[in-house]
Design a protein around this ligand. Sequence first.
Ligand code: COA
Length: 382
Amino acid sequence: MREVAIVAAGMTRFGELWQTSLRDLFVDAATEALNAAGVDRLDAIFVGSMASGQFVGQEHIGPLCADHLGMAGVAAMRVESACASGGMALRAGFAEVASGLSDLVLVAGVEKMNDGADATAVLATAADQETEAYQGVTFPGLYAMIARAHMETYGTTEEELAAVAVKSHRHGALNPKAQFGRVVDLQSVMTSTLVADPLRLLHCSPVTDGAAAVLLCPLRDAKRFTDRPVKLIGSGVATGAMALADRADPAFLDAVQLSAERAYRMAAIGPGDVHVAEVHDCFSIAEICCIEALGLVERGHGRHAAPSGETALGGRVPVNTSGGLKAKGHPVGATGVAQVIEVFEQLRGEAGDRQVADARFGLTQNMGGSGASSVVHILERV
Ligand code: COA
C-alpha cells in the first residue's frame, strides 16, 4: 500500500441554503479544494450522499458532479452508507490512492436536505424498515431510546446530556461556516421543545444543506500541491446490528468500537495519542456513546466529559471543535468529509479561534443510522 496524504480542502457554509442547488453545492466545495492545490485534472471522484434521490429527486450523482465540475470523462461514483456516506467516500478514495489505482482523487460529500422533502421520513429510511420505521419510530426516537438506556445503565442525567449541546454551540460559535453561530446555556437546552423524551430541540442536529471536499494523492507527491500535507494513517470500517432491539447493549455502539480498533491498529496508535477528534454527535447522547466506544473515555464515563470540560477546547482531548453535527450542521452525506476538514485544518494550524495547540494526531468518526455502520479515520501532521 502507498502512503496517502490530504493536500487540500473546500467546504461551503452549512445551513438552510435555499438558493443553492445540490450540484452547485458540490461544485463550490470541489472548486475551492482544486484551487487550493492548483489542480485542474483528476483521476477519480468519490461523492458521498445519503439520499439525493429522495431529497431532490436526483440519483446518478457521480457523473452529474464530474460533469458540472467541467470534468466529464473522469471516473466518478457515489458512495452511500446513510449518515456515514461522506466518511465511507473517504475510505473509498483512500483505498483508490493507496492501491495505486489513481494518483489524484477528489473525495466529496453533499446533501441538499432543505428542498421540500419530508426530512424526517427520508432519514428514517436509514433505520430498519420492517422492525423500526414501519412501526413509526424516527431518528430522534431511536436516539432517545439510546439515551434512556444510557441513563438507566450509567445514571446519566438530563443535565449531562445538555452540557454536550452547550459545548457544541460554544465551539460552533467560533466557526464561520457553522449553521448556528449562537451560544446556548444549560437552562435553554433543558427547557427547549421536547422532540423525543429525553431529547429536546437543542439536543438534535439540524436539517442542513452543504458540501465538503478534500483532495488526496500519494504522500510522495504531496509537496507538489501544498507545503503542509496531512497524512492519512488509519482507516477502519465496521458494521453492527441494524435494529436497536437486536443489540446486546443499546447504550453501547459496537460498530464504532470495531471501526476504531481497526483504524488504531493500522495507524499504530491508541486512543491516548489522539489530540483532537470529530465524532458523530447527531444527538447529544451520540457524542457520549461515541467517545466511550472510541476509547477516548472509559465505558460509562462519557457523561462526565462535557460537564468537566475534558472534551472542550482547552481540555484533555477536545471533541467536535467545529461545533459538531449539533451546531455546525449535519448535511448527512457531507458530514464525514466536513469532519475530516476540521481535523485537517487543526493539524495544519489553520483552525483560528478553535485551534488546538500542537495537535499531531487527529481522529474522525462518522456513523450511519443508529450506529449500524461506522468509519474512523486517523490523520497525522507531517
Ligand atoms: N438545533 C437548534 N435549533 C434548531 C434546530 C436544532 N437542531 N432545528 C431547528 N432549529 C431552530 C430553527 O433555526 C428555527 O429557529 P427560528 O425560529 O429562530 O428561525 C426553529 O428552531 C424552528 O425550526 P424548524 O425548522 O421549524 O424546526 P423543526 O421542528 O422542523 O425541526 C428537529 C427540528 C429537531 C425535528 C429537526 O432539526 C430534526 O429532525 N433534527 C434531527 C435530524 C436528524 O435526525 N438527522 C439524522 C441524524 S442520524
